[in-house]
Design a protein around this ligand. Structure first.
Ligand code: HEM
Length: 144
């Protein structure tokens, strides 16, 4: 994510703006992750996705913020904490097309609601995170 957007940034040849910086850094990333889990926890459209999680969504939101920070080119503490890759981390979660779609939808809404994220970056984040979530569902399953 960070490399693509940085390379595509025409504002400076020598110091491309990282997406993490362009969206407003830690504050925006924290707000986005918590908005995402607030949606998952409150909208009945995400009931199946919510049911896959334990009671404390706040701690998971903090972890998601850590992931997004490094993924967007910001501080990489989450990646250096030894958690492993995001796909293997979800190995024990029974993800299907339905719940993966709910994840992608809730994230797209959370991103759209975060006005500090410039539209071009918002669109790319929605696309890439949505693809990543859907890629976590088993192959060959019919999308619903
Ligand atoms: C781009 C896609 C996704 C990202 C970046 C992401 C990110 C994360 C992160 C950072 C955590 C916390 C891990 C930890 O600190 O232990 C987490 C946990 C979790 N995620 Fe995701 N996730 C994604 C997709 C999904 C999808 C598609 C589902 C289900 C349909 C899902 C369900 C869960 C569940 C149930 C947990 C809690 C696991 C536990 O209780 O240990 N995630 N996710």
């Amino acid at each position: 994510m960070a490399d693509n957007l940085a390379a595509a940034d025409a504002r400076s040849d020598t110091q491309p703006t990282l997406p993490y910086t362009a969206i407003g850094g830690a504050q925006t990333v924290q707000a986005l992750a918590h908005r995402f889990y607030a949606l998952v926890g409150s909208d009945p459209a995400y009931a199946e996705l919510r049911a896959l999680h334990g009671p404390d969504l706040d701690a998971i939101a903090d972890s998601l913020a850590g992931f997004l920070s490094g993924w967007l080119g910001g501080p990489r503490d989450w990646f250096e904490s030894g958690r492993g890759c995001i796909f293997s981390l979800h190995g024990a979660v029974p993800i299907d097309h339905r719940t993966a779609g709910q994840w992608a939808d809730a994230m797209a809404r959370a991103i759209a609601a975060e006005t500090r994220i410039p539209p071009r970056i918002a669109e790319e984040m929605q696309d890439k995170l949505g693809r990543m979530a859907r890629a976590m569902a088993p192959r060959g399953e019919t999308a619903s």
